[in-house]
Design a protein around this ligand. Structure first.
Ligand SMILES: Cc1cc2nc3c(=O)[nH]c(=O)nc-3n(C[C@H](O)[C@H](O)[C@H](O)COP(=O)(O)O)c2cc1C
Length: 230
């Protein structure tokens, strides 16, 4: 499957099905699936000027006490989220990383964003001068499909107009509430003036990375409308 052929219906399906999975089967990612992921990674790197890299068959990053404490088992593939240092790096890696995550879900894989509970195995990827590895995403065939997270309500994460918000805005927020966020913090806030939507990150670990992820989810949910980011 080519990433560009993923329809909105498929993306919405992936948003519903995706949950963090920390335990994996001892089953490698086949070559054609890895190639499809690589094509999306290449797209994201080109569009976002990033240096994300797919690391396959590398068990050491998730073989530490910290990873086992974090309940990770059998992780040997991951997406290394790397890019040039800048104010917007975390947000961009969130946005383009989640594109890879939802494609992976559609390809039958499972995933988990990981900011803390992994070890940096520097021989497995290239971090260029003035670049930074911010986080990784574990990828593979899950031992389970995970479970839906507890979620805040729409009212808690958005400024609403009494019974007058268009359906596309509400659908966008619903999709955003299904997004993964660090420690499930959901520290973001949406507001809208006409077709212009604004979303701001609250204070918290990785909240800028969460913001990029959440923006991609909103775009999927609100795709019926030609809205603009403020
Ligand atoms: C930026 C980011 C960093 C994360 N870091 C970790 C981590 O270090 N360890 C971990 O077990 N889960 C981590 N997670 C996964 C979250 O705990 C998980 O996404 C959240 O609880 C929501 O659950 P869900 O992904 O199943 O919807 C992280 C998620 C995000 C988005």
């Amino acid at each position: 499957m080519n990433p560009t052929t993923m329809t909105i219906a498929e993306l919405k399906d992936a948003v519903q099905k995706r949950h963090s999975v920390r335990q994996y089967l001892d089953k490698p990612i086949p070559g054609d699936v890895a190639e499809t992921l690589q094509a999306e990674i290449d797209n994201g790197n080109a569009e976002g000027e990033l240096h994300m890299q797919l690391v396959l068959n590398e068990p050491k990053a998730f073989d530490s006490f910290l990873s086992h404490y974090g309940k990770f088992r059998n992780v040997s593939n991951y997406l290394a989220l790397i890019g040039p240092k800048s104010e917007t790096l975390d947000e961009k890696l969130g946005y383009y990383g989640e594109r890879v995550v939802l494609l992976a879900q559609q390809l039958g894989l499972n995933s988990c964003w990981v900011g803390l509970t992994y070890a940096k195995v520097k021989t497995s990827y290239v971090v260029g001068e003035n670049e930074k590895l911010v986080a990784v995403v574990a990828l593979g065939y899950g031992a389970t499909q995970g479970v839906p997270h507890r979620s805040k309500s729409i009212e808690e994460v958005a400024t609403l107009t009494a019974n007058a918000d268009p359906e596309w805005y509400l659908q966008g927020i619903r999709c955003a509430l299904l997004a993964p966020t660090a420690t499930n913090q959901q520290k973001f806030h949406f507001s809208r003036i006409g077709h212009r939507v604004s979303v701001k990150a609250g204070v918290g670990f990785f909240s800028k990375m969460d913001l990029g992820i959440v923006k991609y989810h909103f775009e999927i949910g609100a795709s019926d409308e030609d809205f603009e980011w403020a």
